[in-house]
Design a protein around this ligand. Structure first.
Ligand code: ZN
Length: 443
């Protein structure tokens, strides 16, 4: 299939020189960006770029898609009560079908708001992957694993639990591979250092090496986690994982809020990449602020994640980009600590690098896979535009996901001029309603 994105007002290439082009067309053929230039012809589908900006699709490197079913369900509670009394009891009732439905709703939201690639960790990962596959998005999908039951003061492996979760992971990996979709890949997802024993963490690394894939984990999200490791092992959680030999370039760690400067250095030296989730951190009141300037200074690849819809509550990456900038500016007493361009890089090129997709997606360049979005600029909050820098600032500080107009993944149109092509929104909404009924939480 050929798609012509014709005469785009602006093209943010996100290439090495961050070139910005005017009045340019982009021709997409067989999944790849075939040509970039003026006056291009062709296309089985022609989408007008007039009054729009073409840019790489956004990459969300940490979420739990199926949690869209719990959006707005448990709000404004202390973290412990939120988890133990509201979230976990419902999660225990989740079936494969419910995780599939929740993930479909998540995929619909991502398409609608310009995300083209996602990293997910949750239960029934095979079903989550099926939703991502059917939506035609790109995804790295992992089965969350825990084996520390009961008190989290002592990390002792509950062996039957470990075996259950490892078996669930094997099963998920098999069903994801069974999709035969090169865009949807299995990853290994031990939940967090405080919910996983040393044995499970070691097993996770072995598995990831065998499958040649990523390890995705929550890391240093709360002060409580940091205190637990200090008290029990006399070192930080990052130092502890490093002693275990867990930290390698395969690791993509979500949050990384409560870190020392030494921790940041260790992450950089080991090639660990970080998914920064500012909205979730602020909503759950984790108190600290991830030391992103230091991470960038020491060379950690930082990307952005929304986290699940129970703690965000949207999967809108435009919103997350804005919060990422604001949180750092505010906490450092320095509006110059970040430029809008750096934030855009985190959601595109840096994320592609963290996922091993550099040179395949993340920029608008001939020969690359066409994961692209058009954003409609003909809306009050995105006008006027003073030049390329102002355009990027408008996208980070003023744009909303709903301003996204068209979405392509590997050259396939997932949304054209705000009409989602691969999913039927009404059908997804009624499935979600059925899901709530099944969970026993329908109003
Ligand atoms: Zn999370």
């Amino acid at each position: 299939m050929e798609v012509l994105l014709e005469n785009c007002d602006w093209v943010l290439t996100q290439d090495e020189n961050r070139r910005v082009l005017r009045k340019t067309s982009v021709l997409v053929k067989d999944g790849l960006i075939e040509a970039i230039g003026r006056g291009l012809k062709g296309g089985d589908l022609v989408v007008s770029g007039e009054g729009k900006v073409l840019m790489p699709g956004l990459i969300n490197t940490h979420t739990h898609l199926s949690m869209t079913l719990l959006r707005g369900y448990a709000e404004d509670l202390p973290l412990d009560e939120w988890l133990r009394e509201r979230i976990w009891p419902v999660e225990r009732k989740l079936t494969g079908r419910l995780c599939y439905i929740g993930a479909l709703l998540g995929c619909l939201e991502m398409i609608r708001t310009g995300t083209t690639c996602v990293v997910d960790m949750y239960y029934h990962a095979g079903e989550v992957a099926r939703a991502v596959h059917e939506s035609c998005l790109r995804g790295f999908i992992g089965q969350g694993m825990i084996d520390v039951a009961g008190s989290d003061e002592v990390r002792i492996s509950n062996e039957p639990l470990r075996k259950d979760f490892l078996n669930a992971t094997y099963k998920a990996v098999e069903s994801i591979r069974g999709l035969r979709d090169p865009k949807v890949k299995p990853i290994i997802a031990p939940h967090a250092p405080y919910t996983c024993s040393d044995e499970l963490l070691a097993e996770a690394i072995l598995l990831a090496e065998r499958l040649d894939t990523l390890v995705h984990i929550h890391l240093a999200e709360t002060r409580r986690e940091q205190a637990l490791f200090q008290k029990t092992y006399g070192c930080t959680v990052v130092e502890y994982l490093d002693k275990l030999g867990f930290l390698t370039p395969r690791v993509l760690a979500a949050h990384c809020v409560w870190l020392t400067k030494h921790d940041v250095r260790v992450l950089a030296e080991r090639g660990v990449s970080v998914s920064h989730c500012p909205v979730s951190n602020m909503k759950l009141g984790v108190g600290g602020v991830a030391p992103i300037p230091e991470m960038l200074e020491f060379g950690v690849a930082v990307s952005l994640g929304t986290d699940g819809a129970a703690s965000n509550n949207t999967l809108d990456m435009f919103e997350t980009m804005k919060f990422a900038a604001l949180l750092q500016k505010h906490s450092r007493w320095d509006p110059a600590v970040f430029k809008a361009q750096q934030i855009l890089d985190m959601a595109t090129v840096s994320a592609a690098e963290a996922l091993g997709l550099q040179g395949r997606v993340g920029c608008v360049k001939e020969g690359l896979e066409a994961d692209l979005i058009l954003v409609d600029l003909k809306t009050p909050s995105l006008q006027p535009i003073h030049g390329p820098e102002s355009l990027v600032a408008n996208l980070i500080y003023s744009a909303k996901g709903l301003n996204v107009d068209t979405v392509l993944v590997q050259g396939k149109p997932l949304m054209v001029e705000k009409t989602v092509e691969t999913l039927d929104p009404e059908a997804v909404y009624s499935l979600a309603e059925e899901g709530l009924e099944e969970l026993g939480i329908k109003a």
